[in-house]
Design a binder for this molecule. Structure first.
Ligand SMILES: [Zn+2]
Length: 419
């Protein structure tokens, strides 16, 4: 049976993950205003190559190009590279993540060397390549510690088992949100200047190294801008079954709601004109609608009228959508905030530093706002004060009842007069 190729990365959105991301986003907004967390984060990364067959190979040149591309994408937004026919009319705002990756065991800024890439033996067929845990256990059994202190990137050929889909599905990569393990299809490794050479047509626009950029985003707590179960194009965004996109939207507030991914978006799509005779920025059209053969552009969860009046268009050219590698150009401000906040709080997981200082819980301590981070403390304080007040009132009332009432001045005078 022919294997299907999709950019699915096995990432599942849960309520808990969404809540955590909203929290990260809120923190990110606070950190952005705090001078101590400005500057470039340094994150340690360790690369592994785990081939499935003897004829699979990955050159150091490709890994080196991938490392350079990862840094290029995470340090500055490349959105200016997108062809701009008219006005930049998208509501979303791109920003520089300012995250630098350096080889594990070296100092920030040091170059990647051939010896830094761990070359593992052939992966036995008993290892499930769609599960992070089983793959990680096997790598640990080979004598490599996948613990805290680096982002571990395993280049192999991941696939989802038949239990997930009707057939075995090859995937470009996957990552567990908030974890420090990303599993990447080795055929995607490279950069625009050094694309991975492959004879597979489905990889031709996914061979410039942006799969790792996407999966590393998941490791740093980023979500997809669309729900796991895609909403039919004709179904309203507020209708039944669409709750998930509303919740997803809360984690990327500078992105318009998306019913589905922009899977299939190609570089050529970015130059298509918007229909309707209005010279708006063509970067806002819904590429997925074009991909399924509908000629009229469709604007995510907005009607065409709302699109032209409100100018809130879809922004499919960021790393967390499912566009092809040439269309992935940057991170949105909310995504940058989320990742930087995650690093401030959990940076030690990735061996991260900022201005030479190790990140983690200690760095966060002074910044925590007790009212925000520990609302239960204030609930207890308010409760104790309320109970104390009630007891004081009760005591006063009882005391007043016990004491005989003091005679008023008129009564005292009357008493004196009667004597
Ligand atoms: Zn993903």
């Amino acid at each position: 049976m022919e294997k299907q190729m999709v950019r699915r990365c096995g990432y599942a959105t849960s309520d808990k993950a969404l809540r955590a991301t909203v929290e990260r986003l809120r923190e990110g907004q606070r950190y952005r205003e705090d001078g101590r967390f400005q500057g470039t984060f340094q994150v340690a990364v360790r690369y592994y190559f785990a081939p499935l067959a003897a004829n699979q190979s990955l050159s150091f040149h490709q890994v080196e190009a991938q490392h350079a591309e990862l840094n290029r994408c995470y340090q500055a937004s490349l959105v200016k590279e997108i062809p701009n026919n008219s006005v930049y009319d998208c509501a979303s705002r791109f920003a520089d993540a300012q995250i630098q990756f350096f080889p594990w065991g070296k100092a920030p800024g040091e170059a990647l060397a051939e010896a830094d890439v761990v070359r593992l033996p052939l992966v036995p067929s008993t290892v499930n390549l769609g599960q992070a845990n089983t793959l990680a256990s096997w790598i640990q059994a080979q004598g490599y510690d996948l613990g805290h202190g680096a982002l571990h990137v395993v280049f192999t050929e991941p696939s989802l088992p038949r239990s997930h889909y009707s057939q075995s599905v090859k995937i470009l990569g996957f990552a567990v949100p908030g974890s420090n393990l990303a599993v990447i299809n080795f055929k995607t490794v490279g950069s625009p200047s050094v694309p991975n050479l492959t004879d597979l047509p489905e990889f031709q626009e996914a061979n410039q190294g942006h799969t790792l950029v996407h999966e590393a985003g998941h490791c740093l707590m980023l979500q997809h801008p669309f729900p796991d179960v895609e909403i039919p194009l004709r179904q309203p965004c507020t209708g039944p079954g669409s709750e998930e996109i509303q919740r997803t939207h809360s984690t990327v507030p500078d992105l318009p709601l998306q019913k589905r991914s922009n899977l299939g978006l190609k570089a050529a799509d970015l130059t298509l004109a918007v229909q309707g005779g209005v010279a708006k920025d063509n970067r806002g059209k819904d590429a997925s609608r074009v991909a399924v053969g509908l000629s009229v552009p469709y604007y995510g969860c907005l009607t065409q009228t709302q699109h032209f009046l409100g100018h809130t268009l879809e922004c499919p050219w960021h790393y967390m959508d499912y566009g092809s590698d040439p269309t992935m150009k940057g991170f949105l401000q909310s995504q940058v905030d989320t990742m930087r906040a995650h690093l401030v709080k959990h940076g030690s997981v990735y061996g991260a530093t900022l201005g030479g200082q190790t990140l983690g819980r200690l760095a966060l301590r002074n910044l925590q706002d007790p009212a925000h981070d520990h609302p239960w403390i204030w609930a207890i304080v308010v409760g104790v004060l309320f109970l104390g007040g009630m007891l004081w009132v009760l005591w006063k009332v009882r005391q007043a009842r016990r004491q005989p009432e003091k005679p008023t001045r008129e009564e005292q005078r009357a008493q004196r007069d009667s004597v």
